[in-house]
Structures are given as C-alpha cells and as structure tokens.
Write a protein that binds this ligand. Sequence first.
Ligand SMILES: Cc1cc2nc3c(=O)[nH]c(=O)nc-3n(C[C@H](O)[C@H](O)[C@H](O)COP(=O)(O)OP(=O)(O)OC[C@H]3O[C@@H](n4cnc5c(N)ncnc54)[C@H](O)[C@@H]3O)c2cc1C
Length: 482
Amino acid sequence: MAKKTSFHVVWLRNDLRSYDNAALYNAAAAAHAEPESAVIALFIATPETWQQHHMAPLKQDFIRRRVAQMQKELNDQNIALLALEAGNYEDCMNIFRQLTDAGMIALYGQTEYELREQHRDKIISQQLQDAGVTVNWYDRLCIMPPGSILTQNGDTYKVFTPFKRNWLARLHEQEVRCFPKAKSTMLFNVHDLAGHLSFPAMIDGDDSSVKWPVAEQQVLEIMREFCQQHVADYNNDRDFPAVKGTSGLSAYLACGVLSAHQCVNRLQMEARPALEQEKSGASVWLSELIWREFYKHILVAYPALIKHKPFQADTAAIRWRNNKKLFEAWCEGKTGYPIVDAAMRQLNQTGWMHNRLRMITASFLVKDLQIDWRWGEQYFMSKLIDGEFAANNGGWQWAASTGTDAAPYFRIFNPVTQSERFDPQGKFIRQFMPELAQSDNKEIHWPHKKSTPSNYWPAIVDHNEARKITLALFTEVKKSDE
Ligand SMILES: Cc1cc2nc3c(=O)[nH]c(=O)nc-3n(C[C@H](O)[C@H](O)[C@H](O)COP(=O)(O)OP(=O)(O)OC[C@H]3O[C@@H](n4cnc5c(N)ncnc54)[C@H](O)[C@@H]3O)c2cc1C
C-alpha cells in the first residue's frame, strides 16, 4: 500500500495573502524540514455565519474572488489551496476531522479576536490536539497585539491619545518585521483528498466587486504608490471626500490581503524622516493605522462590545426614538441634507464611504434622528466592502458618544456646516446627486432656503430642534447617574 503523505494545513481566514503570512511561512518551513510532508492552504467559506454577521454581499464576493486568485498565486509557490464551501462554523470541525483522517499533522492560522471565532478556535484546537495534531496560532492582526499596550497599572487604555503615545514608544524599540513569501518544495495534489472530504468546492464570486482588484502584487503596488506619492499630502487632503486623499486600502486590511506590518514597513522605508514630525502626512496616516489597532485592543479587553453593549454603560439607558420611516430615509439617502444623502448614495452604490462622511452620516442618524447607533452599525456592515467589527463598532460608538471618545456628548456635528467645510464647492455632492448639479456653491449645502427644489425632498428634521432633543436624551441618563 502506498505510504500516505502527511501534510501541514494553513487555515486562511483574515490573512488572505502570501507575503507576510506567518502561518504560511512557518508551515512551509516545517514541511520543508520533514521528508514526505507537504503544506496545504485551506479556506472555508461559511455563508450562513457571514449572513449572521451581516457581511455585505460585496465583501463576500470580494473574499471569494481573492481566494480564487490566491489559489493561482499559491500554486506558483508549490502550495495547493483547498477552498471549500461549508455552511457555518460548526462544519469547520467536521472538515478538520476529515483532514486528520487523510493525514493532516499540524494546523497553522492567524488569531481572530471576536468572541465566536475565539470560541470556535478553542474547540477546534482542543479536538485536534486530542487527535495528535499540532496547533499553532499567530497573533499578527496588529503590530502590537492586544494586551501588549497597557497603562502603568496594567490596564487597557480607554482613550486613544495615551494609547498612541505608548504604541509609538514601542515602535521605536523594535523593527517592524515582515515574513518573506513561503515556498514549498512539494505540491500536494488536493484531488487525493476527494475520497476523504464530504464538503464541496467553494462557489465562485458573482463579480460584483470587480472594481476592487484582488491580485496581491497589484494591492502591494497601490500601497507602495500611496506611501511614495500621496502620503505626504494625507494630513491636508484626508478630510475632503471629493479629493482622493486617503489610501483606499481598508478592504485589503480588513480581509488581510495586506497587513499593517507591510504598511508600516513601507511607510518607514519611504518616509522615515517625516515620521519624526507629529503633524506630517506620514505621521497622521500612521495614527489611523494605530486607531485600527486601538479598537481591536478595546474589543479584546471589553468582550461585551461584541454583544452590542455600549462602552459607556450609562448610555445603555438612552431612550432612542427609533422611528423606522426616518431610518429608511437615512438608508436610502432621502434626508434632505445633501451631504448625508450623497454619502449614503456613495455607500449604497460603491460599498465604501469616505471617513469624514462616515462620521457625518453616523452623527446624523444618532444625534439628528435619535436612532440607536446599533441600527446604523448593522446597516453599514451590510453594505461596506471593508466592514470590520472593531473599526465599525468603534466608529459608531465614537459618533454616538457611547464609546471611548474623550469628546463630550454635547458636541454635535452640524451637517450643513460640515458640508460647507469639507466639500466647499459641493463637488462630492454633485458627483452623487445630479439633481443638485445646477445649485450654486452656497445653496448646494442647504437647498431649502427659498423653497425645496422640485426634484429634491424636504429636510426630514430640523437640525437645531433635533439637537435639543438629543441633548435632553443624554442629560436624562447622565443625570440619573449622579
Ligand atoms: C461610523 C464609522 C464606521 C466605520 N466602519 C469601518 C469599518 O467597518 N471598517 C474599517 O476598516 N474602517 C471603518 N471605519 C474607519 C474609517 O472610516 C475607514 O477605515 C476609512 O474610511 C477607510 O478608508 P481608507 O482605507 O482610505 O483609510 P485611510 O485614511 O487611508 O487609513 C488607513 C487605514 O487605517 C485604518 N483606519 C483609518 N481610520 C480608522 C478609524 N477611524 N478606525 C479604525 N481604523 C481606521 C483603516 O484600516 C484604513 O484602511 C469607520 C469609521 C466610522 C466613523
């Protein structure tokens, strides 16, 4: 009887890349050291669980396209990628049982921080170890892993600025290291597993996300070009949605097509002197990558967040008005506030929204319409190509004044003055609202002054009135605290 080939399995989840992939690199190194052993990458599509997480169809398509592309890329590295279709996380254990029977000797993967995922990985680790399979997890989602940046008393930072200071001090102490591309000497024929596996091959994407390239080299080139040519202007341009002033890398960072290590490594290569100046474009961009890590640290330290609890416990008692009609108008971009409506169209049409607009639309939903921030959080998740729990939850709680933000709840964005400030000529509004294209640069921010144009809708709320109601809702819960 032919000797069974043993194999190491790399379970790809939020690290859909071949460069700087600790799990792939270590698995290939281990396989190389053992004669007659191979490395296989594995991806398991879990549409049922994705749906429970409200993952946008566009993001699902993006992941499927990236995995299909990665199959080709890894093939050139002599690594077969087995992409399977399962329903949910419960099926994953069955897949691993079948793989163990077929000759799997070790599992490698990158840590995930969400509660359900942690629970899933714990059970799988235990069962595999009981079956004699070695399990290796790599905590590489952040440059500074959660729990590694703490106050002097050993607590989690609850405010960003001191967290950032500590994070930067740690960066100065160490080099940001990226793993080289993994290469295997022996390509495993995944068809040999056919008799062992009862799960079908992953279904292809529907190509709804084709505007987002998925080839790894292309993504690395976008990142390099941003660091070489645009990052210097980031501090000036990043708040203006009509300008291409941000990197546009969020979808890649969210799915791990790109790692934060790669971004910072490149930033140091291209702009090291600028990183010494606090207000330079490079430093401000680095700050955004630190925000990304801050929210992940917060999520791990406060698991109640994943159960939809507000960070500031007293705000759980706010009596949101939750008017469904107003919510629908917001979702559809029919609020009568042009900057809000244009932003929601950007989200609905492209699956992405500029950061300044995420702040404006989130603030509008919560503080002008008095709708529970969790409604908006879920809606964003169901549309965003870069939808990612920690950043989305952090952003929503920031906007709702229920989160870690140091700014007081009574600072409420005025959507019209935000529009005048960050889209002064109405260029962004015009791009998404052709019905307002003829408005002049002043009236485009508030077209209701004389009378609402016939092809636009009236404002659904009065901002000044809404502000008063919101302040009262907050005062009620803050007072009852005392
Ligand atoms: C209400 C709200 C919801 C949000 N939801 C998400 C989300 O689901 N997924 C997501 O990746 N970002 C989210 N953000 C943060 C931010 O809006 C996006 O990361 C950014 O717009 C992506 O564009 P970019 O890649 O060009 O960013 P750049 O400005 O080039 O920033 C570089 C990277 O830093 C990270 N980043 C930037 N700003 C933030 C931030 N405020 N918080 C955390 N990470 C940040 C992202 O990974 C981003 O790709 C949200 C912000 C708000 C206010």
